[in-house]
Design a protein around this ligand. Sequence first.
Ligand SMILES: Nc1nc2c(ncn2[C@@H]2O[C@H](COP(=O)(O)OP(=O)(O)OP(=O)(O)O)[C@@H](O)[C@H]2O)c(=O)[nH]1
Length: 409
Amino acid sequence: MQGITLCSIKTSAYPVCRYFNRTVVSLVKPAQSLGAVSESCIWKTNSFLKLFRKRLCISAVAHQDADNLTEKEKRLLSNLYTGLISGQRACLAEAITLVESTHIRKREMAQVLLQRVLSHHREQETLNSGEPLAFRVGLSGPPGAGKSTFIEFFGKTLTDEGHKVAVLAVDPSSSTSGGSLLGDKTRMTELSRDMNAYIRPSPTRGTLGGVTRTTNEAIVLCEGSGYNIILVETVGVGQSEFAVADMVDMFVLLLPPAGGDELQGIKRGIVEMADLVAITKADGDLLIPARKIQTEYVSALKLLRKRSRTWNPQVMRISAKTGEGIQDLWKKMLEFQNSMLTSGELITKRRSQQRVWMWNLIQENVLLHFRNHPAVKHQIPILEERVRTGTLSPGLAADMLLNAFSKSS
Ligand SMILES: Nc1nc2c(ncn2[C@@H]2O[C@H](COP(=O)(O)OP(=O)(O)OP(=O)(O)O)[C@@H](O)[C@H]2O)c(=O)[nH]1
C-alpha cells in the first residue's frame, strides 16, 4: 500500500507534489514510518489518496497559472502561503493587500495564492467531517447604530472565549463620495490590540463589484489563517449589505432605538435579509424606546416572507455599554448556526454563494472588457450623449454597441 502511494506520488503527480511540497511530505511520512501495513495505515493512505486526487484536479488549473510566475514570484507566494496558514498576521495583511491590488500581475499571483489557501482550507474541512471551520457573520446597520461599539465588545467576548476573530469592514460608499464611513475613524481600539483579533477596513476605492470580490477573497484568507469567526461589517445605506448577505452564513441587522425618520435610510429589503435584528443601546433612557422598536420589528418580521425552512428571524435588545444581552445574542447566533448545519441549509447556502461569487466576477470582468474594447470604447460617450439628449433610444444604442462588439470579437 505504501509502495502504491509513493509510486503514484513519484510519477504522475510529480509536478503537483513539487508545488504542494510540504503537505505531501508530511502526509507520506507517517505512512512510511508504520512498519507493517495496518488497517489504519490503509485507511489513512486511502483517505490521503482521495484527498490527493481531488487536489490534483483543482491544482491542475492553479498549476498552469503558477507556471507563468517567475521564480522570485513563486518564492514570494510560497513564503506568504506558509506564513499565512501558520497564522502570521503580517502575512495575512500582505496577502489581503495582494488580492486588493488592481495590478494585473498581482491579481494573477493573488489567484494562485487563493487557490492554494482554498485547497488547504478544504482539506481542513474534510478533516472536520466536512463542516465549515469558520462562522461568517454579516453585521449591518445605519451610521451611528452602534456597530463599532458593539463589535469592540462582542469581539472581546469572543476572543476571551478562545475564538480568533477577524473583522472586515466593507465601505463602498467611499468609492462614490470620496469619503469613508467606516475606514477613516479610529475604531475598535481595544480589539485592534487583541492578538486574537484582526481588523481590516476594505479598500476605499473601487466598484461595488470590486469590493465584493476582495471581501470574499479576504474571508478565504482570514479563514486560511485560522480565524474561526469572521465579522463582515457594512453600513446599511447602500447596496453593499446585499452583497455582504451573499457572502455570510448569518446576516445580523443592528438598529438604534430611534424613531421612524432616523430609520428611513434603512431599506425594507435589508430587513428581509436579516436572520436576526439587534436593537442597540438598550440601556438608561434608551431602554424604553428600545423595547418599543423591538415590539415593532417583531410584528414587522412576522409579515415578511420566510427565508429559511428552519429559522424564524429574531429580534433582540443589546447594550454594548452595559453588556446586557450580548451573551444571549451570541447564544442565539450559535443556535442559528446549529440549526442551519443540521438542516443542511448552511452547506447549500455556501455552495450557492460560491456560484453567485463566480457570476459576480464574470459580470464585473465582462463589463470592464466591453467598456474597454476598441470596437466600442470611442462610441460609448457619443451614443451615451445621443441617448441623454433623446435623439437615440437606449435600446437602439445598446444594440449598436453590442453588435459592434460581437462583430469584432
Ligand atoms: N448608550 C449607549 N450608547 C452607545 C452604545 N453603543 C454605541 N453607543 C454610542 O452611539 C454612538 C455611535 O456609536 P458607533 O459605535 O460609533 O456607531 P457606528 O454604527 O459604528 O457608527 P458609524 O461608524 O458612523 O457607522 C457613539 O456615541 C456611542 O458611544 C450603547 O450600547 N449604549
